[in-house]
Design a protein around this ligand. Structure first.
Ligand code: ADP
Ligand code: MG
Ligand code: MG
Ligand code: MG
Length: 704
């Protein structure tokens, strides 16, 4: 489609012969990137978001809502010079392919300026235009709406696509998902099939069923079929009792998320920014939770994360340290050197890569801090994290610090999943595809994005620099919320760089937070490990609660900010916890966001950054008012005064007249949800907006 490199993707049995070549070239490319960009300084604070949409076809007569899988030509048209591309460029928007044929990703075409208040407010406008231009392309199909749902409730249940398609495709061999949901570009079905081939069996994702009075704690949606060898896997041990079983990449990569990429001033600032964001990830996943339904079942968790983790998990039985299913080999599709097979240690593939236990999926939390010079301690990188020893030694020899060498050498334990025949040989001084091949199929909570390579004549300071991508957040229903969370993260990035709070805790605790973030209503009921002393004076931030906006406006009648270092949280409630002596302790999302006796809360960091960096005499009152409401949304979600999307969605099922208290989301309930989500998206139902945003914020959102 002109958006992705074209060529002939190699099937796993052919591509694995090039694995070591890709890794070696990838590291050469990385070294060249460090040589070209390692010392650049003073890059601007630019940033951008990514929003993923689902095209949903609604039939108001039949009361069905299904994923539209034959409208993907709009993506080509939106990138076609002769068609909609000039209008997209004029509107500063850009559309990208995603895994699902029913999906579209959209970003600003040019990044935003993080030093300009107006650009933070422009984000929502840009998001609105993205939806609008897509709708223009769908004018002939008025029943199709682009929605920002994290998961489509009935994906994988009977007929859930428009037009209908059957789950009998060779790429995924799924019992539930037809190959017709996969993007037509050859890269995507190849990726799907190669994960399965490398692994040697299908991916298996099991989510606990939400227990209700009539719930049968079995997934009764699994068909008896023997079309493919893999069809028997649920009966050989892939299915866990009491769980919803999913067997294909699409269940994860077919969900939508919200990502934010920020450019750091230089390499060192980038490492510090990455490290500081690590402990924030789980909290933001819980706060943006929006996925309580999978494959037509209410599940006993609120987010998508472990589903994608499982959906692209290409580890073999051996790597997972699991007993293979009867009749399956432990090394999956790896070409293991026969002479090493019986050894306890030292098993290698034919091309010399060692085969080992691997604790995490390619899609997972981060393994390590990058070791920025600010607060990093070796002891924080406390989980077992295997490295590609050859790569590690090479990077250390080139002068990389231990943690940074470890980071890249960990990414390089993975095999490339899709290699294009025409792209095997590259100029490692000018191309970075092999590096990106490994880098971009390590889907972690954060991504440290190095620059690309350029010819010697290029003015390097004009090219994109060292960037950090924040990836845990779930997509929200409205542009208002997606703008709010994007803006919050970008401002937090600015605040972290400016005020240098110490947020670091051991990675083990970060991983525990990731598990906690899956809890039902984690944002209000669970607690998260967080650092107690942020190395900033709480009093210095006391006046930067949400009421700062009112004072700034000079119409505020009374200040409610704390005095003498006593802080109040964002909603004026007194913080209840005693100052903690421990380096880190468990705190509520409310405390992490709105503050307590120990620390100012992330919101105050953000507001002080606004007050001291991007505010000024020329600041527009309406712009500040909008920003105030973005931050209010985050504060109210954190305090539990208004529901998360997951909480609201779960309630729509539990309270539907069509619900049988059996945890099942029928076509009728699915239709009702899509109707309500559409009304909220287009701000067309004040009652729903009040329910979703609370009365005060609901009124504001509806009014602008
Ligand atoms: P990926 O899918 O690899 O994460 P995308 O191109 O889809 O990358 O999105 C990257 C985001 O980064 C976009 O929002 C884009 O506007 C933004 N961006 C582009 N250039 C820069 C830059 N120099 N600094 C920060 N962000 C940038
Ligand atoms: Mg993208
Ligand atoms: Mg994407
Ligand atoms: Mg991204």
């Amino acid at each position: 489609m002109g958006l992705l490199s074209l060529g002939t993707p190699l099937e796993w049995s052919e591509s694995r012969a090039h694995n070591e070549h890709v890794r070696q070239s990838g590291i050469e490319q990385l070294l060249n990137i460090f040589r070209q960009h390692g010392t650049r300084t003073n890059d601007a604070f630019l940033w951008g978001d990514e929003v993923e949409y689902m095209l949903v076809d609604v039939d108001a007569t039949a009361h069905t809502a299904r994923l539209a899988i034959e409208k993907d030509y709009i993506l080509e048209d939106l990138n076609d010079d002769e068609k909609a591309l000039p209008e997209c460029i004029a509107n500063n928007v850009s559309y990208h392919p995603e895994y699902g044929r029913f999906m579209v990703e959209a970003t600003p075409n040019r990044p935003y300026d993080g030093a300009d208040l107006a650009d933070y407010i422009y984000v929502e406008e840009n998001m609105k235009v993205r939806r609008k231009l897509m709708e223009n392309q769908l004018k002939d199909s008025p029943s199709i709406v682009p929605l920002t749902l994290t998961t489509f409730p009935r994906m994988g249940c009977g007929i859930f696509t428009s037009p209908p398609a059957k789950p009998n495709g060779p790429a995924s061999q799924s019992l539930f998902l037809p190959d017709e949901i996969i993007n037509r570009h050859v890269r995507f079905p190849t990726l799907t099939a190669n994960i399965r081939r490398r692994k040697g069996h299908k991916v298996a994702i099991n989510l606990p069923l939400y227990p209700d009075t009539n719930t049968k704690l079995v997934d009764d949606s699994i068909p008896q079929r023997d079309l493919f060898k893999h069809d028997s896997e649920p009966f050989l041990g892939a299915l866990l009792p009491g769980h919803v079983y999913m067997d294909s990449m699409g269940f994860g990569m077919g969900s939508s998320c919200l990502q934010v990429t920020m450019q750091a001033g230089d390499l060192k600032l980038g490492l510090n920014l990455y490290d500081a964001f690590v402990p924030v990830t789980g909290v933001l996943l819980a706060l943006t939770a929006a996925a309580p339904i999978f494959k037509g079942f209410l599940v006993n968790q609120d987010v998508r994360w472990n589903v994608i983790l499982g959906a692209v998990d290409d580890r073999t039985f051996y790597e997972l340290e699991k007993v293979p299913f009867k009749g399956y080999g432990e090394f999956g599709g790896l070409n293991v050197e026969e002479s090493t097979k019986s050894l306890v240690e030292g098993i290698t593939t034919a091309d010399g890569q060692s085969v080992r236990r691997i604790p995490k999926s390619r899609y997972d939390s981060v393994d390590t801090y990058l070791g920025g010079d600010k607060y990093f301690k070796k002891a924080y990188n406390d989980i077992v994290s295997p490295v590609n020893e050859k790569v590690y030694n090479q990077l250390i020899e080139e002068g990389f610090s231990e943690p940074l060498a470890h980071h890249f050498a960990h990414l390089f334990i993975r095999d490339p999943l899709v290699i294009f025949n025409e792209r095997v040989n590259q100029d490692n001084t000018l191309e970075n595809d092999h590096f990106e091949n490994i880098q971009s199929t390590n889907w972690q909570l954060l991504r440290f994005k190095p620059p690309a390579l350029y010819p010697g004549t290029t003015n390097i300071s004009d090219t994109p620099g060292w960037r950090v991508e924040f990836r845990p957040m779930e997509i929200q229903i409205t542009d208002f919320e997606n703008a709010a969370f994007s803006v919050f993260i970008a401002l937090l990035g600015g605040a972290i760089t400016k005020f240098a709070p110490n947020l670091l805790i051991p990675i083990l605790k970060v991983d525990e937070n990731m598990k906690t973030a899956h809890d039902v209503d984690a944002a209000i009921s669970s607690s998260f490990w967080f650092r107690s002393d942020w190395n900033v004076q709480v009093a210095d931030f006391a006046q930067y609660g949400l009421n700062w906006f009112a004072k700034h406006d000079e119409t505020a009648s009374n200040g409610v900010n704390g005095i003498n270092g006593t802080t109040l949280n964002g909603n004026g409630k007194s913080a209840t916890t005693k100052p903690s002596e421990a380096e880190y302790a468990r705190y509520s999302v409310d405390e992490v966001i709105n503050g307590n006796e120990n620390f100012p809360g992330l919101l105050r960091l953000v507001i002080k950054f606004v007050a001291t960096t991007i505010d000024g005499p020329a600041a527009d009152k309406l712009q500040l008012e909008r920003l105030h409401h973005y931050l209010q949304l985050i504060s109210l979600r954190a305090s539990g005064d208004i529901p998360t999307a997951a909480n609201w969605l779960r309630r729509q099922v539990l309270e539907s007249p069509a619900y049988q208290h059996d945890s099942k989301v029928s076509e009728e309930i699915n239709y009702e949800i899509v109707q309500k989500v559409t009304a909220i998206t287009y701000l067309s139902d004040n009652t729903l907006l009040t329910e979703f945003f609370g009365s005060q914020l609901g009124k504001y959102v509806a009014s602008v």
